[in-house]
Design a protein around this ligand. Structure first.
Ligand SMILES: *Cc1c(COP(=O)(O)O)cnc(C)c1O
Length: 392
């Protein structure tokens, strides 16, 4: 099929849920993607922070294909040795206690919400169920995670939404404090709001939040779906904030491109979701687990994390001296560019024309390059970006 045929048939057969870039990708290697016409693109997106080892990484392909040749799925009614291996790694890396596997960020967040509510339901005789999230957050697309998402644009059409969410302003501790009472069971935050415009939370705000939570037996839950798995230069972003969450949720990069997510909880929550209270058909799929083991064995090393930080700093420095750049923010290789002028979506489309895949977040351009991208690929991509920014 040609691109035009694909576009026509997609309009005929798929629900029109996405405003897509005019590109049909068919293959890739490392940080280079190829479209149906053979045109190549430097990829600064990783499929929105998913392909952390780039396209068709040799180790990842081997892990996935070998596992597919052994057992591709088994029910969670049976013991799965690969789940044990991945969970053990995640527990060792986080210092937390127990893991539930699922297939996406939204599901990981649903699990966190269920853990928080059940913990508080049992401990406080059903009187505590409110969860505070932040204005401008993003937590997913299910009816409940939309309710958790602190943006009015997402609270439309699908009424009634799940009750029990209230929204505090990011970096405004008084706003959070005003919502705290004895009906609150958890505070649920992203440390860098990704979809919301690459907004890092300030450390004092996060420390104060952690203290309020600790003093009131309110759970601190961190959505690491986008910030996690080495993206920000530490394995999880909370390590850089020096706080200890009760729950973290993780997905995107966790399976290196296969659908995989997890909710990881602390010791005191480890028995909350007892047999029969939660579950999933696909979660913890052996092929996804095998991919994740490969990812974890590669990205969780000191040297790799150092490289992520260094490459991130390199990219940020280059961006800072480019035309039309008002501010560059983010951590590691999660980077947002505030523009002086021009519409981010228009600029992103121009980048695509010139052979660079790049994301937007609200009015910002956003970069989430594969974590193992080479400096040569970074330079190529940045050269295109510089050209596009110069033309505005
Ligand atoms: C992408 C994202 C989600 C949703 O993940 P899905 O896999 O699309 O369900 C949730 N939280 C954050 C912070 C995200 O970036």
């Amino acid at each position: 099929m040609t691109f035009e045929e694909i576009k026509k048939e997609e309009a005929e057969y798929l629900m029109p849920t996405y405003g897509r870039f005019p590109v049909a990708l068919v293959e890739g290697k490392g940080a280079v993607a190829k479209d149906v016409d053979g045109k190549e693109y430097i990829d600064f997106t990783s499929g929105i922070g998913v392909n952390c080892l780039g396209y068709s990484d040799d180790g990842l392909v081997k892990a996935i294909s070998e596992q597919a040749g052994k057992i591709q799925h088994m029910s969670n009614l049976y013991y799965n040795p690969l789940q044990v291996e991945v969970a053990k790694k995640l527990v060792e890396l986080t210092g937390l206690s127990k893991v539930f596997f699922c297939n996406s960020g939204a599901e990981a967040n649903e699990c966190a919400i269920k853990v928080a509510r059940k913990y508080a339901f049992e401990k406080y005789s059903g009187k505590r169920n409110k969860i505070i999230t932040l204005v401008n957050s993003f937590h997913g697309r299910t009816v409940t995670t939309l309710a958790a998402t602190g943006q009015d644009v997402f609270h439309n059409y699908f009424f009634p939404f799940t009750e029990g969410f209230e929204y505090a302003e990011a970096n405004n501790i008084e706003s959070l404090r005003n919502l705290i009472d004895d009906t609150v069971c958890a505070v649920f935050i992203e440390l860098i709001q990704g979809e919301g415009g690459v907004n890092p939370l300030q450390k004092p705000f996060v420390w104060e939040t952690a203290k309020i939570c600790q003093d009131n037996d309110i759970l601190l839950m961190i959505d690491e779906v986008q910030t996690g798995v080495a993206r920000t230069g530490t394995f999880y972003c909370y390590e850089q904030y020096g706080v200890t969450p009760d729950i973290i949720t993780t997905a995107k990069g966790l399976g290196g491109g296969l659908p995989f997510g997890a909710c990881i909880c602390s010791e005191k929550l480890s028995g909350v979701l007892s047999a029969g209270t939660h579950g999933t058909t696909f979660g913890g799929n052996p092929v996804a687990c095998a991919a994740s083991l490969e990812v974890l064995s590669r990205v969780a090393t000191k040297e790799f994390l150092k490289e992520v930080s260094e490459k991130g700093a390199y990219i940020k420095e280059k961006l800072s001296s480019m035309p039309n750049v008002k501010e560059v923010r983010g951590l590691g290789m999660m980077i947002g560019i505030v523009l002086e002028k021009g519409e981010a979506k228009v600029l992103a489309n121009r980048c695509v024309e010139k052979g660079l895949l790049i994301l937007t977040a609200k009015t910002l351009l956003r970069l989430l390059p594969p974590l193992n991208i080479s400096y040569e690929e970074i330079d190529k991509g940045l050269a295109i970006l510089n050209e596009v920014l110069s033309e505005v």
